[in-house]
Design a binder for this molecule. Structure first.
Ligand SMILES: Nc1ncnc2c1ncn2[C@@H]1O[C@H](COP(=O)(O)OP(=O)(O)OP(=O)(O)O)[C@@H](O)[C@H]1O
Length: 748
């Protein structure tokens, strides 16, 4: 946005520097207004609280209807009260527009009207507020002066003016009072463990994305720190505000790459008064009871993520049914029939061949009744054959003969029906394949090449638990299985203990009733963050939750940690069943100072990626990144991180290759430092820092991160672009470090 808050200022912006007196007067006027807003909000909150309490205590009606209405009323007022509740640090009002017609309006977190109907504050998402974010001197949108307020709780700390229409300003007698720069003030605040909202300083290009209609699929791209994540979250708040019926009813799903990421971003929507969106990490789609404990190397992830796995999963279900008894005998009206296992196996194979995840009616569990019918028909046919062989003439029709009743009572038939089409759970099904009980080569020899099968086999053999990429496979299996019919309460193990898989690669304690997690529904809108990293199978998993949804897809191809498909956004569109995507890009880096951007550029160059993909930084820190050459990687890295924590408040992270993490953690724990300082330092794997940010970043052994896989340099790029303040790199004396000359060198 070209507001005064946005460096560099637009060339045609008119800014006059008034005296301190004018600024003081302006601050006082804004302070008065903010007090009025807060007083009114407090009043509204107290009133809503009182009404909620009154409704909850109302015992006047005893009918179900009366109790229901009372609960709805109490809930309604409690929700209102919650909307009027703000923490001390959140700014309730953050802008003011003076318009050509002499009116002014204040923009804030919510709309507030006083007792006489005057508007004290307009919600940032309302159409009238759009000019606060979008007006420029070239297109002033009837705005003469835009004022950005820097507030904290009830206090106005600073303000920042921009005259967009100098002539009209003169006519109206308006001047401008420049402050510190609201955006720079916001960016220079130290970070906490949680991302903050940016309502006060949304920039024009970001605002256009936030407000764009949710019709098809919008892809938001841009380099690290351009605000993709925060913009996507504000878009969710905007959509909920604009069409609550559509988006609150069916819901909005926000998907992030990891639990750490979801925890980091979790507070943004609640701080905007919206807590209805469902935020999930990719491993959060695992069936209940399944815990993800590991990662796959990119080449294994590529196999597990390939669409060939759709058919592998389908066949895995067919291979998970237990063997049938060699023969089943039963008697009815004095005739004993015998049905051999091979005939029944053929019948079951044909029925299993029709099972798929395509439609609800073709899932395994949905076909249970049809399978049982087919089994009874086969038994009927066998009995009629036996009857005829005995010289009697069997009845043509089964119904009315008592045959079905007799089947219910025959012990052998009961056994047969239980293992013919038992209830299955996804983790058990996949575990049979992963543990080798079902032979992968026989199952998928025609679907996966020998190399891919080898990788899959080795990965599953060596794994100590389920991995992130197994989750999409578990979900695919779950989709093939479908919902367990409601009437059924037995778990598969109650029915057939033989289904238990020993030596499973992962904890598979899942009861079928738990199989459908509560997110398994048809969302109205789906947001996918760090979208460059999803495999085709993961896209299927997410798309299953929004077959009719509109989408916001957020990603940066330069930060890919994958080597396989999909390679561009059109391919993503195909995977989620959409014909096309609209792409919008963000190009200003609000996170990383210019000095660190230079280093990041060198890493991209080393990765043979277009170095211009690095977004331009909005500010400089005045500090060059430091490069520490040492043999004592861990000791120096921990010392550097603790020094950073001592220098200033904020968050510090040590990012290293997986094999160094235990030593980094134990050295940090044993280091002599105050607890408060030590606790502000985190140790993270280079693969888990995606989407996160920290004030001070120490990257350890960059060469090992870079060489770990085909996308190692991209992971190093992600690691060095996490810092908002300082970057230190700790490397062995002879280790290659891209852009070495751009660092200040420190020899330990
Ligand atoms: N308009 C803004 N005003 C204030 N802060 C902003 C603004 N836009 C972005 N930021 C801040 O910049 C930082 C980076 O934002 P965000 O994490 O959304 O970027 P990103 O593009 O998703 O980055 P990455 O690709 O590395 O995950 C955050 O601290 C965010 O709050």
């Amino acid at each position: 946005m070209s507001s005064a808050a946005t460096p560099p200022p637009a060339d045609d912006t008119v800014t006059t520097e008034p005296g301190a007196g004018a600024k003081r007067a302006a601050l006082e006027a804004e302070q008065d207004h903010l007090h009025r807003v807060h007083d009114r909000v407090e009043h509204l909150r107290e009133r809503a609280d009182a009404r909620a309490a009154e409704a909850a205590a109302d015992r006047s009606g005893s009918t179900f209807q009366a109790r229901f209405e009372r609960d709805v009323t109490a809930h309604h007022h409690a929700t209102r009260a919650a909307r009027y509740t703000f923490g001390d640090v959140e700014s309730l009002a953050f802008g003011r527009l003076d318009l050509r017609d002499g009116d002014d309006l204040h923009v804030g977190r919510i709309s507030v009207v006083d007792e006489s109907g005057d508007v004290l504050l307009v919600d940032w998402r309302a159409p009238a507020s759009a000019a606060f974010y979008q007006a420029t001197p070239a297109t002033p949108m009837d705005v003469v002066r835009r004022r950005t307020l820097v507030t904290r709780g009830r206090t106005v700390r600073d303000l920042d003016d921009e005259l967009l229409d100098a002539d009209a300003a003169e006519e109206l007698g308006l001047s401008s009072v420049t402050g510190q720069g609201a955006l720079l003030a916001a960016l220079s605040r130290h970070r906490t463990a949680h991302m903050r909202d940016i309502v006060a300083t949304i920039q024009a290009d970001q605002d256009r994305i936030i407000r764009s209609p949710a019709t098809g699929t919008l892809v938001v791209t841009g380099g690290p720190g351009t605000g993709k994540t925060v913009v996507a979250l504000h878009r969710v708040a905007y959509l909920l505000y604009g069409d609550r019926d559509r988006f609150e009813g069916r819901g909005i799903l926000v998907v992030g790459p990891s639990q750490a990421f979801t925890e980091y971003t979790a507070r943004v929507l609640p701080s905007l008064g919206e807590d209805r969106a469902v935020q999930r990490a990719l491993d959060g789609f695992a069936p209940r009871g399944v815990r993800v404990t590991g990662w796959d190397e990119p080449d294994v992830a590529a196999v597990k993520g390939d669409l060939a796995m759709i058919e592998v999963c389908r066949r895995a279900v067919a291979a998970a049914v237990p063997p049938l008894p060699p023969a089943t005998r039963f008697s009815f009206e004095g005739t004993t029939a015998r049905l051999d296992g091979r005939t029944l196996a053929g019948l079951r194979r044909r029925l299993l061949g029709r099972v798929s995840s395509d439609r609800d009616v073709t899932t395994y569990h949905a076909r249970a009744a049809a399978a049982d019918d087919a089994l009874r028909a086969a038994l009927w046919k066998a009995w009629r054959g036996a009857r005829r062989a005995a010289g009697a003439r069997p009845p043509e029709e089964r119904s009315g003969t008592g045959f079905d009743q007799a089947l219910e009572e025959a012990a052998q038939v009961t056994m047969l029906r239980r293992c013919f089409w038992p209830e299955l759970d996804p983790a058990d099904v996949l575990a049979r394949l992963a543990s080798g009980r079902v032979d992968l080569d026989r199952l998928a020899g025609d679907l996966l090449g020998a190399e891919a099968r080898g990788r899959l086999h080795d990965a599953w053999q060596q794994a100590e638990g389920w991995t992130l990429d197994d989750v999409a496979l578990l979900d695919e299996v779950r989709a093939v299985l479908g919902r367990v019919p409601e009437a059924s309460t037995e778990s598969p193990r109650d029915r057939d203990p033989g289904l238990r898989v020993t030596g499973d690669p992962g904890p598979a304690a899942v009861a079928p009733a738990d199989v459908e997690a509560d997110d398994y529904r048809d969302f109205a809108h789906v947001v996918v963050d760090e979208a460059q990293d999803l495999t085709p199978m993961q896209w299927r998993m997410v798309a299953r939750r929004g077959p009719y949804a509109s989408w916001t897809v957020v990603g940066d191809l330069a930060q890919r940690s994958r080597v396989a498909e999909p390679r561009d956004w059109d391919a993503v569109a195909r995977l989620i069943g959409r014909r096309q995507v609209a792409v919008q890009s963000l190009s200003v880096n609000y996170r990383t100072p210019a000095e660190i951007v230079e280093v990041a550029r060198a890493v991209l160059e080393a990765a043979d990626h277009d170095p211009d993909a690095v977004p331009r930084a909005v500010r400089e820190s005045g500090h060059r990144p430091t490069l520490h050459r040492t043999d004592d990687l861990v000791g120096v890295a921990v010392g550097t991180a603790l020094d950073a924590a001592a220098r200033a408040d904020g968050t510090v992270v040590l990012i290293g290759p997986p094999e160094l993490l235990p030593e980094l953690t134990s050295t940090l724990e044993g280091a002599e430092a105050e607890d408060e300082r030590r606790e502000r330092v985190r140790v993270l794997d280079a693969r888990t820092v995606k989407g996160l940010e920290f004030d001070d970043v120490v990257v350890v052994a960059p060469d090992r991160i870079a060489e770990a896989s085909a996308v190692g340099l991209h992971q190093l790029y992600v690691a060095v672009t996490r810092a908002t303040r300082s970057l230190a790199v700790v490397a062995a004396p002879d280790a290659p470090v891209p852009g070495e000359e751009r660092y200040a060198s420190v020899r330990a």
